[in-house]
Design a protein around this ligand. Structure first.
Ligand SMILES: [Zn+2]
Length: 139
């Protein structure tokens, strides 16, 4: 029985999933702890037996061509790539409206108008980039 705090680390170590720091920690611990050293040895022996007795699963012959066709189809038709930019633009327009409304409540209305103009311009710029990207022009 391994020390409880090292049980998961022993499994990770055997699966090569432990970080280098964790590997070093476990290696220094098993150097002084017989229980964990035994547990690690048992786990490594079990892994070796399983690797010898279990054959790797094979894929059907149609898998590779099917996967290649699916990748090609997805490359041909990128869909809705423009949507995040459109939503970005709409978001900036929303921020412009809200910020402008709030700032116009203050005595300096010109500040609010400036914020509206800047956010609206940025929103329109983002939307324009999305449209250019959609219709094949470089943004
Ligand atoms: Zn231990």
């Amino acid at each position: 029985m391994a020390c409880p705090e090292f049980e998961d680390l022993i499994l990770d170590y055997c699966e090569a999933a432990a970080s280098s720091a964790d590997r070093a920690l476990l290696e220094s611990h098993v150097a002084v702890c017989q229980a964990c050293r035994d547990c690690l040895a048992q786990q490594q022996e079990l892994d070796q037996r399983l690797a010898k007795s279990l054959a790797a699963p094979s894929l059907s012959p149609a898998f590779a061509p099917g996967l290649a066709a699916r990748i090609a189809a997805e490359r041909r038709a990128p869909q809705f790539l423009w949507l995040p930019r459109i939503l970005d633009g709409i978001g900036y327009l929303g921020v412009a409206t809200a910020a402008g409304y709030l700032l116009q409540q203050l005595p300096h209305a010109a500040v609010g108008v400036t914020v509206i103009a800047a956010c609206a311009a940025f929103g329109l710029w983002e939307t324009g980039k999305a449209l250019r990207a959609t219709y094949g022009h470089r943004p």
